[in-house]
Write a protein that binds this ligand. Structure first.
Ligand code: ADP
Ligand code: MG
Length: 140
């Protein structure tokens, strides 16, 4: 299996509850390595660009408000099958449907305030990583 990278965000509901370390522990327990990480406050423009694919969805405004409501931690994760593996570690979008042991089952507050983002494919991961990191900020 190939080593690949995925993009992660620890969302404002999680940073507000001081859960950065708890989320990172679950990421590392799954065998993923955090090879890039920084705490930022997303601008509205950054959030709108990042979630542009959801622009037509009824929750878009709420999502942008939420993602800019407090600090987030943006991350690059590396490992075998990292994209799919992280989606498994995150759990379902709706925490009431997330499996035991997943980040969202343990920590998410609702379908909107669901603690983490993870890329859905290798191509989107590359685009999302480039949106927030320059090459010299990722140290494998
Ligand atoms: P995921 O983050 O699991 O890939 P999506 O890409 O479908 O999920 O949605 C992006 C984000 O939009 C979700 O993580 C969540 O924060 C928000 N979201 C999705 N569906 C809803 C909804 N029905 N109501 C409010 N917010 C939502
Ligand atoms: Mg998604």
């Amino acid at each position: 299996m190939a080593i690949e990278r995925t993009f992660s965000i620890i969302k404002p509901d999680a940073t507000a509850r001081n859960l950065t370390g708890a989320v990172n522990a679950l990421i590392e327990k799954a065998g993923l390595r955090i090879v890039g990480q920084k705490r930022i406050h997303m601008t509205r423009a950054q959030a709108e660009a990042f979630y542009a694919v959801h622009k037509a969805r009824p929750f878009f405004g709420e999502l942008v408000e939420f993602m800019t409501s407090g600090p987030v931690v943006v991350q690059v994760l590396e490992g075998e099958n990292a994209v799919l593996k992280y989606r498994e570690v995150m759990g379902a979008t709706d925490p009431s449907k997330a499996a035991e042991g997943t980040i969202r089952k343990a920590h998410a507050k609702s379908i909107g305030e669901n603690s983490v983002h993870g890329s859905d494919a290798a191509e989107t991961a590359a685009i999302e990583i480039a949106q927030f990191f320059s090459g010299n900020e990722i140290i494998g």
